[in-house]
Design a protein around this ligand. Structure first.
Ligand SMILES: *[C@@H]1O[C@H](CO)[C@@H](O)[C@H](O)[C@H]1NC(C)=O
Ligand SMILES: [Zn+2]
Ligand SMILES: [Zn+2]
Length: 820
């Protein structure tokens, strides 16, 4: 092993530039997240103490048959009122207002965002539409005015809008709570002051302060200033429960830090439930409504399905401070297609929903809050309690209860009044205090034959059940998508740079590293490999490829390296992110991996990280691997004497990328990637000139050049015969053994080949039978026994019988010949 003690100037240069890029990246990170950090912080290290929020477990309040200590409200989300959609959307909302709201008569309704769809008929461009907003405003006025109504913007309500005060911000004109949002600078609250307790409701607008048009407008963020407002609201006063309403689930929000140094997690200690929408039961049939419980802050996060497609809405009840909810779907089967109209037209005939049941005691054990709810009240309660919503009067309803499959022996009685549809049935809670999970089913049959059913899993011993949700839903909820994507992009960058730089430094220090690895691989190929050895061989092989990349194909190595650094440090492209902006400054923005810069202001949207993660994986990593892969070809791996190398890799170890069909596939892949780049242009101001200035275009152009015309493996390159000549690797016993007459070949070093000093002999396809290493014109004895070395004058002379070139290969097997 030769220790060079020296790193080549080119490597040193690359390392220095990479370091400068790293400094620049740190600066970009700091600038882009500036708004998430307090400008001046007066840290108080007092934790917002969970103990303060703790409930006394033993108290005199007994859950019984009285119609008191209870209220309920409705959460609706993702209405997406649309001028164009003929199913769902506007129509579901109108049906909800017309048929559900009047029978439920909630304390209030809160709409958690995406009030309008704000898309064009093709669903490509996005902009606010006064028509859609007018329908929202009118509908709420005509059918919702008896009920206090709170609303919030979602991402659709801030598509394509330069600022809150822009006249594109139609929420400001038509939204019911717009003035509250404005006064509260993004956060407002209301409360329910009951004789039995005080309850606080907070709504927060976490839309981007400058709203890009689709698609870079999916994530939300809460700047430090808004966090201050939220913290002030959460800490003000003392309440039995505090509920927070936001359009986005926490996994899609970047929360800033308040000036007292508190994060969302700290603040959440004072929040019982975080209600949200936005994910629409996850697109593509992944199907979960996302619900999760965070034990460290004792907070529930409950996403509700969307009203627009699923017709979903939620009724939440607080009964003796136990919070329960039921998610209801409108009877979609009764709702057909309809003709969207710019005017408000109430659907006719109205739908007739089945009875809706919300069981409030015992509450569902999946959703208990250990410290914020008086769970012990379930065990001391004398009655099962439920709210039953139906347009029929209570005496027309048949209510049937069963516990664990057995009919409950006590009848259900209506004990409510015209504004409280409360039913109770007496029970002996202690009978169920057996450390088991029980199941209560309530069925209500209306005179029209429709049956409503509700079910809870309950426990009397205070323990929680895990929330039932799919694996995917759990991943999304717990995964903190917004920060995970950032982590993934940075991981991709660090990983790729490591793969590029470390082998380069390594190759400087140990110039013969590549040969040693190759010999090792040849040796491994002599034996039947165990799976472990096979894996080891693969690792060695990839190691070799990356060691060789800067040596064999320096231009590609350089392009990979410089492209990655540029993506980290420079803008990816400029584009019209907000096409409705009035001035060019408002319209144009710059895309960095770190966020968007719109009108000189950083908007830290995780959308840029999502885009970056995708492109680092699909555009950069794929081709970096391909470039590296191409540096070790089947000639290098072919070991003369080795029967395994013929059979193991099937086709005489021909690499996949050497086959024509695979090269075609590479081109198709590249075209797909280019079409993705072009598709983005359709959203933001077209092709010219901005998208052509993009780094990814330059990269694609280079990749295209290599795939088509690159040396040796370009699709349009005809492989010269010399490219197919094999190597005789010095130090590999197999290679030497396999040569004719078992003679030693002192000259055929791989490094010599890379430095252009190897020996080339034209392969002769007719020489199949005799694996001769030399051109037939050269007397065998000359080539093999005269001890030719790379420094031999004979080799350096191009006129000599032996040409100086890179590859040597004496033979081709019949199998290879037949498939080439
Ligand atoms: C609300 O909180 C107060 C003060 O902690 C408590 O006395 C009251 O019982 C609570 N209300 C209910 C319904 O539990
Ligand atoms: Zn939505
Ligand atoms: Zn949304």
């Amino acid at each position: 092993m030769v220790w060079n003690k020296r790193i080549s100037p080119s490597t040193l240069f690359c390392l220095v530039i990479t370091f400068i890029a790293f400094i620049r990246a740190c600066n970009l990170y700091r600038d882009s997240t500036k708004s998430l950090r307090p400008s001046k912080s007066h840290l108080d290290n007092n934790d917002l103490d969970l103990l303060n929020a703790r409930k006394k477990i033993y108290d005199p309040l007994v859950i019984g048959a009285k119609p008191s200590n209870i209220f309920y409200f409705i959460q609706v989300s993702d209405i997406h009122i649309s001028r164009f959609k003929t199913k769902g959307h506007t129509q579901n909302f109108l049906h909800f207002l017309q048929s559900s709201l009047p029978t439920i008569k909630p304390e209030f309704v809160v709409v958690t965002g995406d009030l309008t769809d704000a898309k064009d008929p093709g669903g490509v461009n996005s902009y606010q539409s006064a028509e859609e907003w007018e329908i929202y405003e009118k509908a709420v006025k005509e059918r919702g005015s008896d009920t206090p109504w709170y609303d919030l913007r979602g991402n659709h309500d801030c598509f394509n809008m330069a600022s809150w005060s822009s006249d594109q911000n139609l929420y400001r004109k038509y939204g019911k709570s717009a003035s509250l949002v404005e006064q509260g600078q993004g956060v407002y609250s209301w409360s329910a002051n009951k004789t039995f307790g005080q309850y606080k409701f907070i709504a927060a607008d976490v839309c981007p302060k400058k709203g890009p048009a689709r698609p870079f407008n999916f994530f939300g963020y809460m700047p430090s200033t808004t966090m201050d407002r939220l913290e002030a609201e959460v800490l003000e006063g003392s309440y039995n429960h505090t509920f927070l309403f936001v359009h986005y689930p926490t996994t899609t929000v970047l929360f800033g830090t308040s000036s007292t140094g508190h994060t969302y997690h700290d603040i959440a200690q004072h929040i019982s439930v975080y209600f949200c929408g936005h994910l629409h039961r996850l697109v593509a049939g992944l199907g979960d409504v996302l619900k999760s419980y965070d034990p460290t802050s004792d907070t529930l996060e409950l996403e509700v399905g969307d009203l627009k497609d699923h017709g979903a809405y939620r009724i939440v009840a607080v009964d003796h401070d136990l919070v329960s909810f039921v998610d209801v779907d409108l009877p979609l089967a009764q709702i057909g297609a309809f003709e969207p109209s710019p005017e408000l037209e109430w659907p006719d005939p109205p739908i007739k929903p089945a009875p809706v049941i919300l069981i409030t005691n015992p509450k569902d054990a999946q959703f208990t809050l250990a410290h914020k709810e008086p769970i012990a009240r379930i065990g001391t309660s004398t009655h099962i309690r439920m709210l039953i919503f139906s347009e029929y009067s209570p005496d027309e309803l048949k209510v049937r209860l069963s516990v664990d499959g057995n009919r409950h022996p006590f009848p259900a009685l209506f004990v409510g009044n015209s504004s409280l549809p409360l039913w109770v049935s007496s029970w002996e809670a202690n009978d169920f205090n057996d450390f088991q999970t029980h199941n209560l089913v309530v069925q209500v049959t209306a005179p029209d034959g429709q049956v409503g059913q509700s079910e809870v899993l309950f426990r009397v011993d205070h323990s929680r059940l895990y929330i039932k949700s799919g694996i995917f839903g759990k991943l999304v909820m717990k995964g903190q998508l917004a920060t995970t994507l950032r982590g993934l992009s940075i991981l991709a960058v660090v990983g790729l740079l490591t793969l590029l730089l470390v082998p380069k430094v390594w190759a400087d220090i140990y110039p013969s590293k590549g040969d040693q690895i190759l010999v090792e691989i040849h040796k491994l190929d002599q034996v039947d490999q165990s799976p472990y050895q096979g894996l080891y061989r693969q690792c060695l092989l990839w190691y070799l490829r990356f060691v060789r990349l800067p040596q064999v194909d320096f231009l590609s190595w350089f392009m990979c390296w410089i492209t990655i650094l540029s993506l980290v440090c420079l803008p990816w492209f400029r584009a019209e992110f907000i096409p409705t902006g009035e001035t060019a400054d408002e319209r144009l923005g710059t895309f960095y991996m770190w966020g968007l810069v719109l009108n000189q202001q950083w908007i830290p949207l995780s959308d840029t990280w999502m885009y970056a993660t995708m492109h680092f994986c699909d555009d950069i990593a794929v081709f970096v691997l391909l470039f590296a892969w191409r540096t070790v070809d089947s000639c290098d791996l072919y070991c003369r004497s080795n029967p395994n190398s013929n059979s193991n890799d099937g086709h005489r170890s021909q690499q996949l990328y050497e086959r024509a069909w695979f090269k075609g596939f590479e081109i198709v892949y590249l075209l797909w990637r280019i079409s993705e780049l072009a598709a983005l242009a359709a959203f933001y101001g077209g092709f010219w000139p901005y998208f052509f200035e993009s780094i990814l275009w330059l990269w694609s152009a280079y990749v295209g050049y290599v795939l088509l015309l690159g040396a040796k493996h370009g699709l349009l390159r005809k492989r010269s015969r010399s490219d197919r000549i094999g190597v005789i690797l010095e130090g590999c016993p197999g290679c030497l053994e396999g040569t004719p007459n078992q003679q030693q070949l002192p000259f055929t070093l791989d490094t010599q080949r890379e430095r252009g000093g190897g020996v080339d002999r034209q392969a002769n396809d007719n020489e199949e039978a005799a694996p001769l290493l030399v051109n037939s014109s050269v007397p065998e004895s000359t080539g093999l026994s005269s001890g030719i070395t790379s420094s031999s004058p004979l080799l350096d002379s191009s006129e000599g019988p032996v040409q100086v070139k890179s590859r040597k290969r004496g033979t081709r097997s019949p199998t290879e010949a037949s498939t080439d």
